[in-house]
Design a protein around this ligand. Structure first.
Ligand code: GLP
Length: 246
């Protein structure tokens, strides 16, 4: 008899759902670390569908106790701009789960002083005890968050310049025009990411096959920021077949 393997999305959401259930029983659970990008869309869709099936009291407990910190935001974009990560999070998670904007933290892309905003965001995360479970996608140049190469493991939350390849990778949300993608972003650094208790790195699709191969075969290097995840004691790598095909 043939048993189909669970899809990658089901497998990731099984693990996430279990963590969310655990958090309900904890006095001061650490914030969830959340990512944006196309990889995460089906994860959030399935997560929302699962949570909608929870008993009403558990769903309400989850809603009341929700606290998440996103990795990054474009400098210059605010929550009212549909292309911002703040708008993405509201669309995919905040609105369906009826969370308030105060529960779903992101760096403020409209802050008058972005450098100061980066420090504030890092301090705020620290005041909540740092990240519990961190979701991560992988940039096609090996970035995580917006930690563009070269980037070492001690880089902290800061303002970064986006590379041309990243502007191209993310152009879809900007009518396909890379020149519309902001040239700077605020991002948690590898320092904050590596301080998470647990990390889920999720890599899907053929477009990621080459960088995944490099990630699996290369030693730690500033040229491949995601490679520093090797030094973390609890990283799960979730990969679909397309990303493994070469
Ligand atoms: C983007 C974001 C990351 C995201 C990654 C992968 O640039 N800064 O947070 O995880 O790159 O994006 P995608 O899932 O669209 O391939």
């Amino acid at each position: 008899m043939r048993h189909d393997l669970p899809s990658l999305v089901d497998a990731v959401v099984d693990a996430l759902e279990e963590r969310l259930q655990q958090r309900l029983g904890e006095k001061a659970p650490k914030p969830l670390g959340l990512a944006t990008g196309r990889t995460m869309v089906p994860i959030y869709v399935e997560l929302v569908a699962r949570v909608q099936r929870w008993p009403a009291d558990e769903r309400e407990d989850l809603r009341q106790g929700w606290c998440s910190f996103n990795l990054d935001e474009y400098v210059g974009l605010g929550a009212t701009d549909r292309r911002s990560f703040a708008a993405y999070m509201a669309r995919h998670l905040g609105e369906p789960l009826q969370l308030t904007a105060e529960q779903v933290h992101l760096p403020d892309g409209r802050a008058a002083d972005p450098e100061q905003q980066a420090c504030r965001y890092a301090d705020q995360l620290q005041s909540f005890g740092g990240v519990g479970v961190q979701l991560l996608g992988l940039g096609s140049n090996g970035h995580v968050g917006f930690n563009e190469p070269p980037c070492g493991p001690d880089a902290s939350c800061r303002v970064v310049s986006l590379s041309e390849s990243t502007q191209q990778q993310n152009a879809a949300a900007f009518d396909g025009d890379p020149s519309q993608v902001p040239s700077q972003a605020l991002t948690l650094g590898l320092r904050e990411i590596l301080a998470a208790d647990e990390i889920y790195l999720i890599v899907t699709g053929k477009a990621k096959a080459e960088i995944l191969k490099q990630l699996l075969e290369s030693p730690c290097s500033d040229q491949l920021p995601a490679s520093w995840l090797r030094n973390h004691p609890r990283v799960s790598l979730w990969v679909d077949q397309a990303a493994l095909d070469r």
